[in-house]
Design a protein around this ligand. Sequence first.
Ligand SMILES: NC(=O)c1ccc[n+]([C@@H]2O[C@H](COP(=O)([O-])OP(=O)(O)OC[C@H]3O[C@@H](n4cnc5c(N)ncnc54)[C@H](OP(=O)(O)O)[C@@H]3O)[C@@H](O)[C@H]2O)c1
Length: 358
Amino acid sequence: MHRVIQWGTGTVGSEMIAAILDHRDDLSLVGALVYSDEKNGVDIGTLVGREPIGVTATTDVDQILRLDADCVLYTPRTAHLDDVCRLLETGKNVVTTAFLFHPARIDAADRDRVRAACEKGGTSVHGSGINPGNLSGVLPLALSGMSRTIERITLQERADWSVYESTGITFDNMAFGQPVESISPTATDFLAFNSSIFTEQVWFLADALNADIDGVSATVEAIPAAEDHQIFDHLLAAGTTAGQRWNWSGHRDGETLIEIETLWTVGGEYPSHWPKPQHGWTLTIEGDPSMRTHFMSLASFTRNATIEEHVRSASVATGMQVLNAVTAVCQAPPGFATSATLPLIRSQTGFRRGPRTV
Ligand SMILES: NC(=O)c1ccc[n+]([C@@H]2O[C@H](COP(=O)([O-])OP(=O)(O)OC[C@H]3O[C@@H](n4cnc5c(N)ncnc54)[C@H](OP(=O)(O)O)[C@@H]3O)[C@@H](O)[C@H]2O)c1
């Protein structure tokens, strides 16, 4: 039995709590860190519409640090390295959807701090999810097992964020609805942070596949909305940013070998000059042989589901990729655990009999 703490109970974190309570009798939830006063002191089961479990959520970080736990499921909207280092130092492994996808390539001082915290606590840290995560890490490596030569790997993510309920991420963090001139890879702390995690992911593939790249460059093109759009409680005004096309390109001798491109829109307008892959994720490996695969997640391919349920399926996938890694991360040697060093992460509960959640 592993004792786990959920840090952040938003869209992704809630799916993880529900999965633990409904399906994981090998995991025991011993705490939850929340940010909002309304959630402070509320039973963790109640937070996700389940029976109370007798453990309440808290906004008190020190209370969480004092808990005895094997692993923290770290899914806040904004990640803080200080928090993660304190968790690691106090003997708690960390799995996260927010950052640390390839800590070997983060800022050297930060990298050394994380490594020292892991050594002090005898712990490991693993960052993953969908993208960055499975589709830009595990899947390309899995497909590359069929490659003789590789010229270029491209992952394109096409997504309309209009029904993504985490509007704090859409508007506050990602700056949709702001003037187009204000969008750049370094414009705000969060945009720089966001750019850094995809840069890290390109490095991850480069290192895992011995691409020997010289560096990773980041660009973004911001597109203004032609008309107003109401997105939950936010008005995205005409003329403000409704599209962001990002590209992170890992190059060697001036040639791109590995790239991640995101084609993100809010409000449903789609620029006519952008490429038009299918919605979801398209992974292309140009080489011998050349391969392409398209990934999408839905609530179901057979049952009727609302658009909200379909969208939520991506949050389920994001959370499960790290929840399913908990046991392997707890068993890993202290330090950085990545998709290249951990065993293949697979479902711990997929076919097991248990309550069905719709
Ligand atoms: N790797 C991937 O593929 C992938 C995919 C999707 C999301 N993500 C990442 O996963 C994380 C969770 O995403 P989400 O969709 O669950 O986001 P979300 O719905 O916005 O919720 C995240 C949490 O942020 C908390 N929060 C509120 N104010 C905060 C603050 N000032 N600083 C830090 N956290 C604060 C909220 O607290 P309460 O607990 O009080 O509600 C909530 O639990 C984010 O970092 C997101 O970027 C990764």
